[in-house]
Design a protein around this ligand. Sequence first.
Ligand SMILES: C[S@@+](CC[C@H](N)C(=O)[O-])C[C@H]1O[C@@H](n2cnc3c(N)ncnc32)[C@H](O)[C@@H]1O
Length: 198
Amino acid sequence: MAYQPNDYYAKKAKEENFAARSVYKLQEIDEKYSIFKGAKQVIDLGASPGSWSQYVSKKLGNQAKIFSIDLNPLTQSIPNVTFVIADIMKVDFIELVKNHGFDNLFEVVISDMAPKTTGIRVTDQARSYELCLMALEVAKKVLKPKGNFVCKMFDSDEFQNFKNELQKNFKKVNVLRPKSTRKESKEIFFIAQEFFYS
Ligand SMILES: C[S@@+](CC[C@H](N)C(=O)[O-])C[C@H]1O[C@@H](n2cnc3c(N)ncnc32)[C@H](O)[C@@H]1O
């Protein structure tokens, strides 16, 4: 189905000055699971055009620093956000955050990363899963105990495998398909809370 820039959430995002309608997915997740409570350092993976970083910046204000990364630029600079253009598959992430003045202990990692879709379902699902595994690897390296991780995945046969992986390091794992997700989309979000070292 073609992109519909004038749908309800796209219009709302424009009116509220958010870079993308995806912000309402994060908002719903946050309202349901309170993922940012007391966070001082947050990582946003796949941040472009920038609505999730905008949400976190607004929500936490000067109490927090946000480190955001994407292959593509943000549409605007966002207060308290350090943004780097890079391919997460190719960087030493810990080095990168340290080089930008962050210590490597974060309270929250969010990933809305998605591959450029090919239209071939299994290929797109496999690429999405690879990005999820990479996001989880980052989360395990940088999260503080009791930290939270949100990750988008194109639903596939790997659903249960990924859930099992998350359960090895998080006390609570929930799955949500936000109301603002387009009908034709196969995306789902894992909300993994209370990180522990295994
Ligand atoms: C749905 S968009 C994110 C929207 C964003 N959360 C927002 O609210 O504006 C998915 C993003 O994942 C990024 N992405 C995909 N593969 C990536 C990779 N290997 N490294 C970094 N970013 C990647 C894409 O460039 C794209 O901008």
